[in-house]
Design a protein around this ligand. Structure first.
Ligand SMILES: NC(=O)C1=CN([C@@H]2O[C@H](COP(=O)(O)OP(=O)(O)OC[C@H]3O[C@@H](n4cnc5c(N)ncnc54)[C@H](O)[C@@H]3O)[C@@H](O)[C@H]2O)C=CC1
Ligand SMILES: O=C(O)CCC(=O)C(=O)O
Length: 430
């Protein structure tokens, strides 16, 4: 009997841990709470807890050695009550359907928080682009667009870059879509090269948005950025430019990492040198011998910690050991709900992903607007507009968290879900 009780307890504990690591389950939990706080009925939760549409595709690709490899991909469209779905495409070996679904829900929330006329979408392909040639990647990118072409388009669903995808991949995808539709559709996809209708400032937009959130959070906590110690996990699009912006603001970036390890220097790392040496997948630590692990990196002494890599990095296991006063989520889903609770109880200010990383989709929206009107803006104009949008979004979420005495994640979900719920109601869906 005693043994049986132990097994049951362990099983229960394990189940809770698994649920906490399941991104879809976690986001559903917070959406439910946000809708309840906003006074919506259960039916609204039933509508918004899952994407409206998820397409699974199989993509045959002729590899350079002549063999055919078949890849699995997804495109999830969470909700299009407000406008077309919008969100990135991820190429990663650990992509799963649930992950893509959760990522598309977060895109809807981001669009609500920064008030864009979009719903959320997201795509992913299970592959490891680090082990593929340039031409294999081109064939995979084109194959994916052929497979999803019926459900995407400039007025239906507009993709963009995410983990291990970039402006070259967006260019191939745009070209393939233009061939299928027999006209040039620059607004089909964002994050394109400037020469193909990309926007100034999109490449650095996610990091710029995170920088604005760090500045606003630091102000609220009375922390000077000049001399502040910053640790950044991930040195790709989001993490590397963020490290540069922090360095330029006078902060001391003492730790950075990639998928293979981390670098630490209490006196501050040479960010310009690291930026110069990183490869297109955000890998740089392989050049050094004296590395530490990603796990050690997250627990370093610092003032500001920015997870900018992948999901489920700050969990119930390490949340008690985080030393930072402010955690700003540049990555999607880096902190589990259990860890969010622990950090909040410890008085650490957590700026959630759906707010902190919304600079990317904001400038993607600017890119789409410029494509639609055929009139292009300077980088200064883009940054000025981004600044206004994010300062307002931060204030909306922060003040709601303060007045309702809730954490910033729940406040961000309440702000993010409101317009989508209203639009669904006005359409008569619920
Ligand atoms: N690129 C964008 O515009 C946006 C990105 N994000 C999020 O930011 C995060 C990073 O995305 P990007 O910088 O675009 O990707 P990226 O592909 O440019 O860089 C990813 C970085 O994460 C590292 N990484 C990969 N697997 C890892 C692992 N298992 N452990 C530790 N590090 C690992 C890579 O080595 C690389 O340094 C993702 O969560 C993404 O969804 C969010 C909003 C917009
Ligand atoms: O730029 C976009 O449209 C999407 C960016 C994205 O995928 C994200 O914010 O996670």
């Amino acid at each position: 009997m005693g043994n049986h009780e132990v097994v049951t307890e362990n099983t229960q504990g394990k189940k809770e841990q698994q649920e906490s690591m399941n991104l879809l389950h976690s986001t559903q939990t917070v959406i439910k709470e946000a809708l309840e706080k906003l006074g919506y009925q259960e039916a609204m939760y039933e509508l918004l807890k899952e994407p409206l549409r998820v397409l699974t595709v199989r993509i045959p690709v002729r590899m350079d050695n002549g063999e055919v490899k078949v890849f699995t991909g997804y495109r999830s469209q969470h909700n299009d009550a407000v406008g077309p779905a919008k969100g990135g495409i991820r190429f990663h070996p650990e992509v799963t359907e649930d992950e893509v679904k959760a990522l598309s829900i977060w895109m809807s929330l981001k669009a609500g928080i920064v008030d864009l006329p979009y719903g959320g979408g997201k795509g992913g392909i299970i592959c490891d682009p680090r082990e593929m040639s340039f031409r294999e990647l081109e064939r995979l990118s084109r194959g994916y667009v052929r497979a999803i072409s019926q459900i995407v388009g400039p007025t239906k669903d507009i993709p963009a870059p995410d983990v291990f995808t970039n402006s070259q991949i967006m260019a191939w995808m745009m070209d393939e879509y233009s061939r299928i539709r027999e006209f040039d559709s620059p607004g089909f996809i964002t994050g394109k090269p400037i020469a193909l209708g990309g926007s100034h400032g999109r490449e650095t937009a996610t990091a710029k948005g995170v920088t604005i959130c760090i500045r606003e959070a630091a102000k609220r906590r009375g922390i000077q950025l000049e001399g502040a110690r910053v640790v950044v996990q991930g040195f790709g699009n989001a993490g590397s430019y963020l490290s540069k912006f922090m360095h330029d603001a006078g902060a001391k970036v003492v730790g950075i990492s990639d998928a293979y390890g981390a670098l630490y220097d209490p006196n501050g790392l040479d960010i310009d040198y690291l930026l110069d040496r990183r490869d297109s997948f955000g890998t740089v630590t392989k050049l050094f011998n004296n590395t530490i692990s990603n796990k050690e990196l997250l627990e370093l002494e610092c003032d500001i910690l920015v997870p900018a890599a992948i999901e489920n990095q700050i969990t119930a296991e390490n949340a008690h050991n985080i030393k930072a006063q402010i955690v700003v989520e540049a990555a999607n889903g880096p902190t589990t709900l259990e860890a969010t609770k622990i950090l909040t109880e410890r008085g650490i200010l957590l700026v959630p992903d759906v707010l902190a990383s919304s600079g990317g989709v904001t400038v993607s929206y600017f890119e789409w607007v410029q494509n639609n009107q055929g009139y292009y803006w300077s980088e200064e104009e883009v940054i000025e507009k981004l600044e206004k949008v994010l300062v307002k979004a931060f204030e909306n979420v922060y003040s709601l968290a303060q007045t309702r005495r809730i954490d910033m994640r729940l406040a961000a979900y309440m702000v993010g879900v409101r317009k989508m719920a209203e639009a669904s109601r006005f359409r008569g869906w619920v």
